[in-house]
Write a protein that binds this ligand. Sequence first.
Ligand code: NAD
Length: 699
Amino acid sequence: MSDVIEFEQQGAIAVLTINNPPANALSFAVCKALGELVPRCMEDDAISGIVLTGAGRMFMAGADIREFNLQRPDDVPDFHEVLGAMEAAPKPIVAAINGIAFGGGLELTMGCHYRLIAPGASVGQPEIKLGFIPGAGGTQRLPRLAGVEAALDMIVGGDPISAERAVELGIADELVEGDLIARACEFAAERAASGEAPAATGKRDAKITGIDASVFADYREKIAGRSRGLDAPEAAIKCIEAATTMALEDGLALERDTFVILRDSDSAKAMRYMFFAEREVAKIPDIPRDIEAQDIKSAAIIGSGTMGGGIAMNFANAGIPVTVVDISDDALAAGMEKVRANYASAVGRGRMDQAAMDGRMALISGATDYAQIKDADIVIEAVFEDMGLKKKIFAELDQTCKASAILASNTSTLDINEIGAATERPDKVCGTHFFSPANVMKLLENVRPDAASKETIASVMKLSKTLGKVGVLVGVCNGFVGNRILGVAARITDFMVEEGAMPWQVDAAVYDFGFAMGPFAVNDLAGIDVRYLTRNEQKKLWPDRRHPVLPERVYEMGRYGQKTDAGWYDYEPGARKGTPSPMIEDFIIKTSAELGYERRAFTDQEIVDGYVLSMANAGAQILEEGLALRASDIDVIWHYGYGFPRYRGGPMFYADLVGLDKVLDAVNRLYDSYGDWVKPSELLISLAKDGKSFADYTA
Ligand code: NAD
């Protein structure tokens, strides 16, 4: 009867099974089939009711996002009309929710008269995570079933709920432990036999009448912090509010209009893009899926400092035993104490219970010699950033560790090809560049040296997932992808401050763009001293380029940032939020004069463009040099490693939205002002010339 919906008759009940693998997504084809089958069943006197379910393990994962930007074909009915017809149908329609019913899937079940659900199934309206709101009645029907507060939580929060909770809230009528379809058929037959009109969700008004407006005001206040820069949360609240004040048709019309505006907005496009970008990172063109990744059942970390301790926690959190090695008992004890304190603070904040902490601590052991880590499946080195020391350590590890062990370095700047060459197993050497705090930050740049084998790379990519990280493959270069781009962009903001902006103006502009913090606040947090050391190295690498003077001078004043209660900002002792420092302001003005710059005003847009478009240009150079596989990988790195706002999609996506011809003009202006840091990339020039975007680029 249809390719995507199977029809079967069980007695007088028609069982319609959506079969559109892999996720039974609501595609045009499914919509068309529903639009044909439901009326046909209504007309058929041998049928007294319908059971609607999904084939396989899912009911329906949602609308088919791939069809989002396509025009609906003429022969496909509007999904609203299909739902309206189902709701108004004279014979009972029962959704048998066999697995997840998300987005359009849940909306479809709410267009049915009744919902039975299997344990293990879950329902949700996750649209908000893609920057829009439910568009097929979710904001109007869910509050009618679940009540306003639950609907707000589900639609504005976007998280799914369990089958049990769905029954508790009134979304589902029954939890069915046994044969779901058999019970659903029985249920449909009972409803048909009752002679009562089936219960349309849109007519159930008990949970949406007499709702005080303060419910919505309170909710707005509750989510204000989380929804900065986003339009969808407020839009969702408005639509749910409309469900309590307007007739169903008017609420549906408002939802529809709002949905279309949001769906076509730049922020929703960015969030959809990120959704796919995150899935793309795992694909490495020259490493087929059948390359076997090594099983990592035990790990060792060399160095129990800031990074080593955090990295060890990742393994313990994933249930993998890990041994931390440091040079002395004292250094080791200090490192282990920090790990313990970190877990204890999670317990203190109620994020973990004591038993879980004890379990994780039991997985972390300490050692001061390599003999104890000879059987580890992977060793991650996180000692001081010193090539001589790292080479020596790798040579020793190579001698001690079992032949199959992967030896990885957490270096942030050093050449891993050179580190690998210090061993007899360069095929098993690679980089795993964690971000600080390593137990929190989700990004992992996996660095691929020339000699690393495909198995080694497949193994660390798989390990990233096991550790709950987003692993992105990058090539060997100074700073790899993320920090190399930051090195350029942060310098541009230094130059802007030397020429007329103030650090707090830069930070405010970047914050308003959507980052959690601006570059100067980040610098105070990470330590001006840390950046000073890398900058000194970079001065040697690029002696002919302009280097900012201000950061060095602030360092020389002993103002290292939060750790000294003074950096670009002044801090009350121990405080994390600073206030603009009058002393620094005065000092900046004097330094500009000394350097011969006549200070001028910078607009916020100029600051954001300087920061973000210089990132995009640096990203284009990275693509050109083959150090990242695709533009979207760079965006994933910037989102997870540096907090680039998801609704902006990352520097490369942002540049695509601006248009690469305009980006090239802007980069040319930056190049005129700041020289080689922002030399227009050949790739940017050629894509701009051809009217293409970074998304079009494939290596
Ligand atoms: P750290 O100074 O906090 O810790 C280094 C640790 O290594 C110390 O505990 C030290 O005692 C130990 N150590 C030194 N020599 C050793 C040896 N021979 N054997 C065993 N242990 C030894 O440094 P960190 O900030 O954790 O940085 C470690 C590495 O991670 C560096 O390569 C750094 O570039 C990189 N990294 C740091 C960050 C960051 O934000 N701190 C981020 C990413 C990568």
